[in-house]
Design a protein around this ligand. Structure first.
Ligand code: 5GP
Length: 298
């Protein structure tokens, strides 16, 4: 290229910065699919809605291998079956190819469909550090009509926590008694440490009075509620992205490195369970997410 046609130095530097940023954004999106923060269908929807976006610029090959359980040979077979060239980008797929890819994804990794006929019992669960507690506290402050269940726990109160308001702080013997007497709707040992459980009586009374009840509990608890009350509304709180979840976990700074690594492993497993839930709410903004959750029982 002659000097006259070469882009000025500053333009080239800016273009290369843009390319790096775009690559990073694509890598983050792939990680979100791999860690199941978003479904493959959601990534495809974003790509088709805006072909010039990071999702739109992603090659079909990269997209497919981001899906857990799809390796390179499986990917090549899928592309051959669907009649899609490996050099295609998601945003550049023709309408027949889009339909074929969508149908294939739906058949292999069906997205959960919201169920109807649910009760006023709302269960809010989600991965570690996603912000369940903050969203639940926001609902408590802004929706006095909704009862936020107070759990029993064997852990000690943190500074500022009030017995009977944040938790019922009990010892192991009392927790055993609550289980023995059938007073808990569900109970679980969380993070391999302390026991937590939901007292049954206040919930039954509130539901009988037509109130909405919100439980902010862990995944094991949510599964037990599903078994005990199959019409409960199970809500899964999602981080806006995997990177955001990692930031929140590290940013909190309350755990050491080993504990953080363990919680991240747990978070991956927890994210993989989102298909069991009736609703998915993204915690991109606490007030917005809280309103979306509160509206679900109406
Ligand atoms: P924390 O000790 O930080 O307040 O809560 C730790 C975890 O325990 C959170 O993930 C919270 O959702 C969960 N948790 C709180 N109460 C209950 C409960 O009654 N049952 C279950 N299964 N989990 C709970």
């Amino acid at each position: 290229m002659s000097d006259a046609r070469r882009p000025p130095e500053v333009d080239r530097a800016a273009a290369s910065r843009r390319a790096v940023a775009a690559r990073r954004e694509r890598a983050a999106l792939k990680r979100d699919v791999t860690t199941r923060v978003i479904s493959p269908q959601e990534l495809l929807r974003r790509a088709l809605a805006d072909p010039s976006s990071a999702a739109g610029a992603m090659r079909v090959t990269e997209f497919l291998t981001a899906i857990p359980a799809v390796g390179e040979s499986k990917r090549d077979r899928i592309l051959a079956d669907l009649g899609i060239s490996p050099v295609k980008r998601l945003g550049g797929l023709g309408s027949r190819q889009r339909d074929a890819l969508r149908t294939f994804l739906d058949s292999r990794w069906p997205e959960p469909q919201p169920r109807s006929g649910r009760s006023r019992l709302l269960v809010l669960a989600g991965p570690t550090a996603v912000g369940k507690g903050t969203v639940a506290a926001h609902i408590k402050d802004h929706h006095p009509d909704i009862l936020l269940s107070v759990s029993a726990t064997t852990r000690s109160p943190r500074p500022g926590e009030v017995d009977g308001e944040h938790y019922y702080f009990v010892d192991d013997a009392e927790f055993d008694r609550l289980i023995r007497d059938g007073e808990l709707l569900e109970h679980a040992t969380v993070h391999n440490k302390y026991r937590y459980g939901t007292p049954k009586a206040p919930i039954t009374a509130a539901l009988e009075h037509g109130r909405t009840v919100l439980l902010e509990i862990d995944l094991q608890g949510a599964r037990q509620v599903r078994a005990a009350a199959p019409d409960a509304n199970l809500v899964f709180l999602l981080p806006p992205s995997w990177d955001e979840l990692v930031d929140r976990l590290v940013g909190r700074g309350t755990e050491d490195a080993e504990e953080r690594a363990r919680r991240l492993r747990t978070a991956r497993v927890e994210l993989a369970s989102q298909g069991e839930f009736d609703h998915h709410v993204v915690n991109d903004d606490v007030a917005r997410a809280a309103e979306e959750v509160a509206a679900l029982a109406r």
